[in-house]
Design a protein around this ligand. Sequence first.
Ligand code: MG
Length: 299
Amino acid sequence: EAAMPPYLGESQTTAAAFCERARPLLTAVRDPFQLEEILPALDALAPGNTAAKAALDIALHDWVGKKLGAPWFRLWGLDPAKAPVTSFTIGIDTPDVVRAKTREAAIYKIIKVKLGRSPAGDREMIEAIRSVTAAPITVDANQGWKDRDAALRMIEWLAGRGVVFIEQPMPKEQLDDTAWLRARSPLPLIADENCQRLADVPRLVGAFHGINIKLMKCTGLREAHKMILLARGLGLKVMLGCMTETSCAISAAAQLSPLVDWADLDGAVLIKNDCFDGVTIVEGRLTLPDRPGLGVVKK
Ligand code: MG
């Protein structure tokens, strides 16, 4: 699966073209278990194309796991009981709709809110959710706060309202301002737009408390696993996120979830045409199937 939000520049056409370009390399592979050889070679075929690369990475991991007869969480030595709860996103809307959607999302133990419009609109959104639930809230500002003093005031206000962390408070170009904010923020700051791939991780130390890893940004499971280990070594918190994805890509990411602090893997429950069965969400917690590979089957 390649999930391609339009703003990242990939499309069905570019993903299909990349897979076609990868065909000679893949047909020449003698040992498909050698993912440390194959995946860097695929990555070197062309810059970008991260979702198309993730699709091939996900498929190869599924194949290897099925041949070995084990789910990836087991091959990585992880305890599936440590899979975290996942947050559930409440979209920006009128206070009445926000209250209704929050009530419907009662099985989720963490609510995610996208802020970053205006201070008044942001406060209204939080107040609407708080009027119906005491569940922890995570905030994604989506680069929306341009002024660091105003951002700090907003974070201080949010810290008093049960907010757990702030994702990407400021534009990715304002890394110095984000470092200023990090030194003062009462809440952890998590990099999303600033963190695409493995090489981005070291430069985020000092500007963020943690990173948000998405398979579609980082070319798949193999690099995501390395990013988690590197982030841990650098003392960073780790969150796993997603795009709008089916249970295929969500179940792939969920294989890594026992390693992370927070998961935002609600993509498959926000769509109506999920064509796979895989990881399920039980009482808000990611529940990994005991099936080989990614644990995914076609519906
Ligand atoms: Mg985000």
